[in-house]
Design a protein around this ligand. Structure first.
Ligand code: AGP
Length: 613
């Protein structure tokens, strides 16, 4: 939530900052602003609305400073408005700050500062930060050369909650300070200077060499130097990491939208995620995951914890682990798990799935599990993300950067990775027949080709989308794995098309929801489990009888002409079917949204990475 960008170097900062904000706009897009230093004066330009609005601000083209900070906002405290947009300054306009996160004790800090004569111009939690920095700066009467850094440090010590901040001061026109706690921040070393951003894809155009800041680690950039300090302000060296993503991976590459591009990237994303981990006739290779047989044998319970789409991937992960490893698995929503006092001990393995690796609830749930003695395993798509730094073990999907707010290729890659992990565990535990595992491996390796067939349903899906795009309510139904996919299909549709949709296990319809089925209501069914097909078809007939329009995604040969549309996908191992059956549903959400003329990549009220509770 919220994106921050910064630049200090040899070039004019403003265009670089606006470019960075545009790349980061999926993190929040209700207001935007930049601050740069010119002639020892901080110039702030900001307004509500999208990043592109910044170009309409008079004088923005004349900003020539080579140092600057910028922000695209997802409003938490205070409505989207010019006053609430970042950057925020202290009363004396000596310090400017952009912030991503939430300051939980801002009311208390505001009172403290008000009692000390400070005035507030916005409703934001952020505005306390520059004023606190000013408060500590003026209290320090020394001429210590580190006074700026010390004041930032003192101010951040007072903050409760999460933050990634960048600070500028007109007293130090060549210096920028950044620090983070529980909110993402990376620093890229480019050819003309240092680039700061909330995440890596926004900077791939400039560099692939990154410093990944730790909590309470301060970076001080001045001209062409960078220094790192720990929370006691002791200077240390920091390793630079080379990130392999290609610069073009964060571009649309000819597609109209990122979401469509990412849907069509799924064969590649799956191939990359399989990588060299899985080969026929060989044991799975997770040599990077130092898990012993002794430890695995001691596990009597697994939790899979995540949010949204990642949680839906976890539902399929549960099926893999229970089927192949015979260990009971519970899947939970991170925001529930963290407050419900789950029963966890050293015999529990807790798996956390997060595309971004920055989701606040998922990280908090991980920390809780660790504190209760469980081992933690992170599944993430972003190298060095917060979750991977907290977890005992990490495995990566290799889906490439996912930019669209609606997650697509990350979901299917997460399922594949959980599948391979389950095979690996089963091989160590000898909990499944080796032939069963070998056949499953073969099926996993065939997935990229079979996904192509799911993608080829796009014209049929588009035709159906044109018929139903102005619906108000849509239902998704399925049994077993198909129900898990129904949940994901429903989430996809509602988040981008704003159509109200619900997912139900088909067998639950008669226990209430069928009361809502009437003439013209659309019911989308997923039918891939041959052992349950007949039962599911009976459920579909019941909704047809009540006037529903039906759209079926299936791998079965269904001889029935009273469905409105049947989309055929390839057969595979039932454990893997969600990877193939979700694709027509991703396409359906996409085409319905396009038909409605909405912004597919940046749906209202949402942000790609939910870094606050
Ligand atoms: C997916 O389409 C959503 N936008 C959302 O549910 C997302 O999956 C969720 O916020 C979790 O994100 P993460 O994987 O980055 O933790």
């Amino acid at each position: 939530m919220c994106g921050i960008v910064g630049y200090i170097g040899k070039k004019t900062a403003c265009p670089i900052l606006i470019n960075g904000l545009t790349a980061l706009e999926y993190r929040g897009y209700d207001s935007a602003g930049i601050a740069s230093i010119e002639n020892k004066k901080i110039c702030v330009m900001k307004d509500k609305g999208r990043v592109s609005n910044l170009n309409n601000i008079e004088g923005i083209d004349n900003l020539r400073g080579t140092i600057g900070i910028a922000h695209t906002r997802w409003a938490t405290h205070g409505k989207p408005s010019k006053e609430n947009s970042h950057p925020h300054m202290d009363n004396s306009e000596t310090f400017a700050v952009v912030h991503n996160g939430i300051i939980e004790n801002y009311t208390e800090l505001r009172k403290f500062l008000s009692d000390n004569g400070y005035k507030f111009l916005s409703q934001t939690d952020t505005e306390v930060i520059p004023n606190l920095i000013h408060y500590y700066f003026t209290k320090d009467t020394s001429s210590d050369e580190n006074k700026f850094l010390k004041s930032v440090k003192q101010a951040t010590t007072d903050l409760k909650g999460s933050f990634a901040i960048e600070v500028l001061s007109n007293l130090y026109p060549d210096k920028m300070i950044t620090v983070r706690k529980d909110s993402p921040l990376v620093i890229g070393k480019g050819s003309t200077g240092y680039h700061i951003a909330s995440d890596i894809p926004a900077l791939l155009e400039y560099t692939r060499d990154f410093y990944l800041l730790d909590d309470y680690e301060f970076a001080v950039m001045e001209n062409d130097s960078i220094k790192f300090y720990n929370s006691d302000l002791i200077e240390h060296n920091k390793e630079i990491k080379n990130i392999e993503w290609a610069a073009s991976a964060a571009e649309k590459n000819g597609y109209e939208d990122y979401m469509l591009k990412e849907i069509f990237e799924q064969p590649t994303a799956i191939r990359e995620t399989i990588g060299s981990r899985l080969k026929l006739g060989e044991k799975c290779d997770f040599s990077d995951l130092d898990i012993s047989k002794e430890y695995l044998s001691s596990i009597n319970k697994i939790f899979i914890v995540a949010c949204g789409t990642a949680m839906h991937a976890g539902l399929t992960g549960k099926k893999f682990l229970e089927n192949l490893c015979n260990i009971p698995v519970e899947v939970d929503i991170a925001s529930e798990f963290r407050y419900r006092n789950p029963i966890i001990n050293e015999k529990t393995l807790c798996i956390f799935i997060s595309q971004s690796g920055e989701t606040a609830d998922t990280i908090a749930a991980l920390k809780l599990s660790k504190s209760k003695g469980a081992k933690t395993l992170a599944v993430s798509n972003v190298i060095g993300s917060s979750i991977t730094r907290e977890a005992d073990y990490t495995i990566y999907t290799h889906a490439g950067p996912e930019i669209a707010v609606a997650s697509t290729k990350a979901y299917t890659s997460q399922i594949v990775l959980l599948g391979i992990l389950s095979v690996y565990f089963a091989e160590i535990l000898e909990s499944s027949d080796s032939k069963v595992l070998e056949n499953l491996k073969k099926d996993i390796l065939e997935l990229p080709k079979k996904i192509e067939a799911s993608l080829n349903t796009k014209n049929e899906v588009k035709n159906f989308a044109q018929k139903v795009f102005d619906e108000k309510d849509v239902f998704f139904i399925g049994r077993g794995s198909d129900y898990n996919v129904a949940l994901e299909g429903s989430l996809k549709l509602k988040e981008i098309s704003y159509i109200h949709s619900e997912a139900y296990a088909s067998g639950e319809l008669k226990h209430g929801p069928i009361a809502l089925i009437e003439n013209g209501i659309t019911v989308i069914s997923i039918l891939t489990d041959e052992t349950l097909v007949e039962k599911s078809i009976s459920n579909i007939q019941e909704v047809i009888t009540r006037g529903a329009k039906t759209f079926i995604v299936t791998n079965q040969n269904i001889l029935n002409s009273n469905f409105d549309a049947i989309v055929k996908i390839e057969e595979t191992n039932p454990l893997l079917s969600p990877i193939l059956s979700v694709i027509p549903l991703q396409l359906l959400a996409y085409y319905i949204t396009k038909e409605k003329g909405l912004d597919v990549d940046k749906p209202r009220n949402l942000a790609k990475s939910v870094t606050v509770e």
